[in-house]
Design a binder for this molecule. Sequence first.
Ligand code: TYC
Length: 113
Amino acid sequence: MSLTPIMMSDTPRGPGNESGVLTKTKAKTQRPPMYKVMLLNDDYTPMEFVVHVLERFFGLSHAQAFDIMLTVHKKGLAVVGVFSFEVAETKVAQVMDFSRRHQHPLQCTMEKE
Ligand code: TYC
């Protein structure tokens, strides 16, 4: 017959638990960091091209795309969407590649939220 040691399995181990005060550990769930994808204004990219980019790569309606394009035109930049790192990186690369292939200087960047 073997003796099984009694474990206080709900009491956090390590220093600082000798007081007789019971403490609970809470496993905190971590949300992944999110990234804002932004479009920047310039003087050369045609408005219709920007609207097309917003429809094509961000799934926006024509009206939503037009509104965001106008915000960028007037304010200098706007957040187009918020995504995980990988998705944001892909959107930025797609916009930059598409713009360059059409010889427009449109800039798209990402920033941690
Ligand atoms: N300012 C540009 C023009 O007058 C239009 C434009 C809008 C360019 C948004 C870039 O991200 C942009 N043709």
